[in-house]
Write a protein that binds this ligand. Structure first.
Ligand SMILES: Cc1cn([C@H]2C[C@H](O)[C@@H](COP(=O)(O)OP(=O)(O)OP(=O)(O)O)O2)c(=O)[nH]c1=O
Length: 201
């Protein structure tokens, strides 16, 4: 499958995972970190609104620097028992997070903001992730690997964090940081991404 875009595309992100995921579309794009402070108000426990606002904040910061480009920004959070679990500040905190998630189900929300010349589209996707009953040794070994530190909730489902997971309900790539399937659906619907016609085999 091949896609084409009309004009420059900027991924408003410093995340290597998001870059790798967008590369799957085979379209040319540049990455540019937004460097915003990730503080927005959580209103009435509306986590979708919360991640969407963060994605808009990132997209808007890059749009100010780059006019006339299609900008894609995203933010991922983990939500467990009505609280947001961001990237852990310390290894101890990562350990606490993972102990709390053990044997339970949490949600991963990714908010996405697409900014075109004259339109802004914002959406979010939720994936439910259930962890196994984790033993102290596994949590400590995983935290000592350093992997949790740059990831929301303190784990990466695409790395050794996969060993913590019992099952997921929803889009896997949404947990990794970009709900690619929904993103492509919306970009195509808005004629921002066009599927190249393929020749029959
Ligand atoms: C839950 C989970 C999160 N993550 C990552 C995705 C995001 O990069 C990160 C959440 O932090 P974000 O603030 O969403 O993103 P970021 O700071 O890494 O990058 P940028 O703002 O520049 O786009 O957690 C995984 O890689 N795997 C996982 O399983």
């Amino acid at each position: 499958m091949e896609f084409t875009v009309n004009g420059p595309v900027i991924l408003a992100s410093g995340s290597p995972r998001r870059r790798e995921l967008l590369e799957k579309l085979g379209i040319p794009f540049d990455s540019m970190p937004s460097n915003v402070d990730e503080n927005v108000e959580l209103i009435d426990g509306d986590f979708k609104d919360y991640v969407q606002k963060l994605a808009v904040k990132k997209g808007s910061a890059v749009a100010e620097r780059k006019q006339d480009a299609l900008i894609i920004a995203a933010d991922t959070i983990v939500v467990f028992e009505d609280a947001v679990y961001p990237k852990p500040a310390t290894a101890e905190q990562a350990e606490q997070f993972l102990n709390q998630f053990s044997g339970k189900t949490h949600s991963v929300f990714t908010g996405v903001c697409i900014k075109g010349k004259d339109k802004e589209i914002v959406f979010s996707v939720e994936t439910k992730v259930t962890f196994k009953e984790l033993d102290e040794g596994l949590i400590k070994a995983y935290v000592n690997s350093g992997d949790p530190m740059d990831k929301a909730g303190g784990y990466g489902i695409q790395t050794a964090g996969a060993l913590l997971v019992e099952k997921i309900d929803g889009d896997y790539l949404n947990v990794v940081g970009l709900p690619l399937s929904k993103l492509v659906e919306i970009l195509r619907r808005e004629d921002l991404l066009v599927l190249k016609e393929s020749e029959s085999p």
